[in-house]
Design a protein around this ligand. Structure first.
Ligand code: ZN
Ligand code: ZN
Length: 342
């Protein structure tokens, strides 16, 4: 079977022809129907700093946002039926650390990511722990179900902003995570502004999803752009999903007294923060990373209810063999979500 792999700690990915895997005890085999390209996959291809821990697991098949069908069982695999369509939580837990032994797998200290630390989904068949499978209803197709993982990140960030109906929320960064945050915030009853910088194609996709204001800061400043659409007053919550230090600085200036700032972007560099202003304004900064297990069925229910709207996030569908074209589109920010079809 064709598989897209990281083979060495240097820029680039390679296709390989692999034998079909067999599920190990506690695992099932999933036939991949759709897999999304994530910003993480682009970083792994480019070999940007922060992924060195993958080196010991190479060669490894990448891809962690996916959906498919369970086709075989390892010994003792429980919790899922043969033929069931599933999406898979990519973070696998050890089952042995104090948190795992204490019944809190969300707190596991020895995680391995499917598609990072063990073989992932940019191929036809992937073996995964059965307990990482989340059932997907037949009415939800695979390409939408494959977006559950990134949207769980978005939902978690929106939850941490503690959004109430009627509040005003500013989201910085119009990539798939920011776009998902804007959609969840709008569905929570907030008035939402989604901002990007020189990000016209992804903002155009966001406008098609709809339900919130979209602004491009190319050639203008955030305060000017907000004033021009009548959104100049301070926001109840600001959520940063751009991974750019400047977004933290400029975003905090738009937050009201007592407001909440959620950081969901992955930052290559430290960001300067005016702490005296934060103190006087009694604001809160909250980091958002991995969603709890309980968010996954909530995202699947949201996707099922809003399938037509959320499908507009998918801008490109490509066969696996043309994956590198999808990587180029993602890297150039011309695509919102690229789905690979093995
Ligand atoms: Zn991802
Ligand atoms: Zn553990």
């Amino acid at each position: 079977m064709l598989a897209l792999r990281k083979t060495k700690p240097a820029p680039g990915l390679e296709f390989a022809d692999l034998p079909e895997p067999s599920p190990q005890p506690g695992e099932v085999l999933v036939r991949v129907e759709a897999a999304g390209i994530c910003g993480t996959d682009v970083h792994i291809d480019e070999w940007t700093a922060g992924y060195e821990s993958m080196t010991g697991n190479m060669p490894v098949t990448i891809g962690h946002e996916f959906a498919g069908r369970v086709v075989a069982f390892g010994e003792g695999a429980i919790g899922v039926a043969e033929g069931q369509r599933v999406t898979v939580r990519p973070s696998t837990v050890c089952g042995r650390c104090a948190a795992c032994a204490g019944g809190n797998p969300d707190g596991c200290t020895a995680r391995r990511g499917i598609g990072i630390g063990r073989d992932g989904a940019f191929t036809s068949l992937v073996r995964v722990p059965s307990l990482n499978c989340v059932a997907v209803p037949e009415g939800l197709d695979a390409e939408l179900a494959a977006m559950t993982e990134p949207l769980s990140v978005s939902m978690h960030a929106a939850d941490l902003a503690d959004i109430r109906p009627g509040q005003r929320v500013l989201v910085l960064g119009p990539g798939p995570i920011g776009l998902g945050i804007a959609a969840f915030a709008a569905s929570a009853g907030a008035e939402v502004v989604l901002a990007g910088v020189s990000d016209a194609p992804r903002l155009a996709t966001a406008r098609e999803v709809g339900g919130f204001h979209c602004i491009d800061l190319a050639g203008t400043s955030l305060p000017e752009a907000l004033a021009s659409i009548g959104q100049g007053q301070a926001f109840d919550a600001v959520i940063e999903a751009a991974g750019v230090a400047a977004a933290v600085e400029t975003g905090l200036k738009q937050l009201r007294k007592g407001g909440r700032f959620v950081v969901a972007g992955i930052h290559a560099r430290p960001a300067p923060i005016d702490l005296t202003s934060l103190v006087r304004m009694e604001q809160t900064i909250h980091g958002a990373y991995r969603a709890p297990i309980s968010d996954w069925p909530r995202v699947i229910a949201f996707l099922t209810r809003n399938a037509e709207m959320m499908r507009r996030m998918i801008t490109h569908r490509l066969p696996l063999a043309e994956a590198m074209e999808g990587f180029a589109l993602s890297r150039r920010r011309q695509a919102s979500k690229v789905i690979l079809l093995p």
